[in-house]
Design a protein around this ligand. Sequence first.
Ligand code: PGA
Length: 246
Amino acid sequence: MVQTMYTLCMRRPLICANWKMHLPPAGWDAKDSPYRPEAGIDVVVFPPHGYIKHCIDAKLTVGGQCARPETAGAFTGDMSMAMLKELGCTYVLCGHSERRKYHSETDDFAAEQVIAALEAGLHPIVCVGEQKKDRDIGKAEHIVEQQLSLLKNYHQSITIAYEPIWAIGTGLNALPDDAQEVHAFMRRLLLEDIRTSVRIIYGGSVTGMNAKDFLSHPDIDGLLVGSCSLEPKHFHEIINAANTLS
Ligand code: PGA
């Protein structure tokens, strides 16, 4: 059933390993490492900037964790989208909640990043999601709708990552049924001609134990994995879950 859905909609599962500011996990470049590209699914690693080149050289598919929208300038410590592209990146995260929290990035800034990423030839994965207080008063859908509305001219060219902020790094994942509801809501916001082709992935305390449950839902096309992606054994379980469903 799920297999038919993916096939019909041509949405290949996308599994992302966001290593944040951590060293690449032991064995990351081994021949049988779970971070390597797979036949039926897209596996992408997001290393700290200093390790991008190592991962490219090891023939992994790589994304940048962030980059500024400007093409050059006095932005100490930052990189441009074109620089990520030149290093060999294929993807880039835009508007991750940790960038919003620690670097004051906003929805408008994420929209600028998306435009710059596309101009540089990178595929943007845009993170959206509500705070716990918004969910508690039933505003989760309102928040993601606002965030996506800024990107309406680019929906066909992005991947959407639903990352409820309260679920990131907390061990408190969204219930897969609840995530599916938000994903289905976001899919309905997309124009009809692109509705079945845009990938919407989930992130927030994904583990080897819950991955299959998320991926079994028809509108959850992949996973953005933080903590668990640093443990090859558990990340392998996530890849296996995607493989059995793809
Ligand atoms: P987590 O992080 O899996 O540790 O919750 C997810 C993310 O930050 O994308």
